[in-house]
Design a protein around this ligand. Structure first.
Ligand code: NAP
Length: 475
């Protein structure tokens, strides 16, 4: 048998997870001039694009336009999409090992990090990941009820971009929401909510906030909500002041501080809602009976430990009435059976994308990872391009060295046959194109980019029908 990567024996790669890193890695492998490759991209959902579809906020359509780049990858020779295929349910790692020279895990970090405080699991306290999934029509979260009709004050915990997204979604008005691709089921619920105030808790100061400039700026540009910041909250401690004025501070941090300082000087215009940004404030306990009734907030001070400013509890407490808590303190990866996992970091155990058998190595031949499940949940969509390239460079170097899996059945038809045998109803990229077309068509009369399907069964039904543009006239 000729070496893998030649026209007679193309390199066969399975990529698991069809989000940005999966698509970037597929593109980078297929683009390599020295390697003849076939890439099969798997996702447990019938739809591709991961967090671009299920995470990016509905009012950020420009960010979503990156899918055009992924569509170009999908149209390349050697690319196949297998949607609605779940590892563990439809295929096991040993199946991939039997059919591919390399396996690349790009399934992201889909669980929420926990706060570890009493009352965290009371009804009315939710992970922001669930709320984001719900308004983005992710099938896993379609049936969630956040009890928004009972909410006057919502508390959002965390100071990252997800906290900004969920705060903004709670504050947008009906007309703004109706222009977007937000899940249909969310529009009326959000519109009927009685929310008057959204309180955002940052455990450190504005100089340490994780949000980026456009996201904090948008909070100050809401039609229906005043942004409120207590001037005392943005007074920087001497260490933060010295840092923000030094060359060590990033431009993002400097501008974040400027924006928040400007907010603290604003006079509220009397808009129907308020977004209140609080700093040096940590959740200590969530209280309630049948559901959330209040949150106990601890006042922090900043102390520099190992060169980093950390939040230290001053012991000062305050109880704030609220009916909803959204915990937005970051994501974490979920292990899949048979793949070495670093529990502490919430990532697959790896070195620069090569999966390791254990801490310190060796490399598990033929297994690679990229994206959030490789490095943790950080960066913007584009960060995954560079991240995937590092992994793909190693993969291609290993191809040149012949360090690959030795599949017993590498023919491209074998995987399709196996899926058919297991009665897995997979969706190809042309199946996704039908879903896409149907969603866009549903949106057109309402001047919306699309109206998403939320149920997997609906998606499978549409994907199994002929594409409307392929049906001859009169039939
Ligand atoms: P993130 O950026 O890591 O922010 C997590 C926030 O939670 C931080 O403010 C962190 O504070 C806080 N936190 C952590 N543990 C806490 C605790 N026990 N108590 C109180 N606060 C706590 O995570 P994310 O917002 O989930 O975003 C994930 C990634 O997606 C980020 O890279 C983000 O930029 C990206 N993203 C981008 C966009 C966009 O470009 N528009 C939108 C959404 C997400 P400390 O800093 O003190 O740890």
């Amino acid at each position: 048998m000729p070496d893998p990567g030649t026209p007679e024996n193309p390199l066969r790669v399975a990529i698991i997870g069809a989000g940005p890193s999966g698509f970037y890695a597929a593109e980078q492998i297929l683009r390599d001039p020295k390697t003849e490759a076939q890439v099969d991209l798997f996702d447990r959902l019938p739809t591709p694009y991961g967090l671009v579809r299920g995470g990016v906020a509905p009012d950020h359509p420009k960010i979503k336009s990156v899918t055009r780049v992924y569509e170009r990858t999908a149209s390349k020779e050697g690319f196949r999409f297998f949607g609605n295929v779940e590892v563990g349910r439809d295929l096991g790692i040993e199946d991939f090992e039997r059919h591919y020279h390399a396996i690349l895990y790009t399934f992201g970090a889909e669980a929420d990090r926990e706060l570890g405080i009493p009352g965290e699991d009371l009804p009315g306290s939710f992970a922001a990941t669930a709320f984001v999934g719900w308004y983005n029509a992710h099938p896993d979260y379609a049936d969630r009820d956040f009890g928004l009709d009972k909410v006057k004050r919502a508390v959002v915990i965390g100071n990252g971009n997800v906290a900004m997204d969920v705060s903004r979604m709670l504050a947008l008005d009906d007309a703004e929401l109706r222009r977007t691709d937000i899940a249909d089921h969310s529009i009326e619920v959000l519109d009927a909510s009685g929310i008057e105030e959204i309180v955002v808790l940052g455990r450190r100061g504005p100089a340490q906030a994780a949000f980026t400039n456009p996201e904090i700026r948008e909070i100050g540009e809401l039609e229906e909500a005043d942004v409120i910041v207590d001037p005392a909250d943005v007074e920087l401690d001497p260490d933060s002041r010295a840092w923000i004025e030094s060359d060590a501070a990033s431009k993002t941090a400097r501008v974040n501080v400027e924006i928040v300082e400007q907010y603290s000087k604003r006079t509220p215009e009397g808009k129907p809602k308020q977004v209140r940004l609080r700093f040096l404030a940590s959740p200590v306990e969530i209280r309630g009976g049948k559901r959330v009734e209040s949150i106990v907030i601890g006042r922090n001070e900043l102390v520099v430990e190992d060169g980093s400013p950390r939040a230290r509890d001053t012991g000062e407490r305050e109880e704030l009435k609220c009916e909803l808590v959204l915990r937005s303190v970051g994501y974490t990866g979920v292990p899949i059976p048979g793949v070495p996992f670093d529990e502490k970091r919430g990532t697959i155990l790896n070195q620069e994308g090569r999966v390791l058998e254990g801490p310190g190595g060796p490399h598990r031949t033929g297994h690679y990872t990229a994206g959030w499940i490789k490095r943790g949940p950080s960066g913007v969509i584009g960060t995954n391009k560079k991240d995937a390239q590092e992994t793909v460079d190693h993969l291609l170097a290993d191809v040149a060295e012949g360090r690959l899996l030795d599949p017993s059945d590498p023919g491209p038809a074998a995987v399709e046959n196996l899926l058919a045998e297991r009665k897995a109803n997979f969706v190809s990229f042309s199946g996704w194109r039908k879903i896409d077309h149907a969603e866009v068509t549903r949106g057109r009369p309402h001047e919306r980019p699309r109206v998403k399907f939320v149920k997997v069964e609906e998606m499978l039904e549409v994907a199994s029908q002929p594409h409307p543009e392929e049906i001859p006239d009169g039939s």
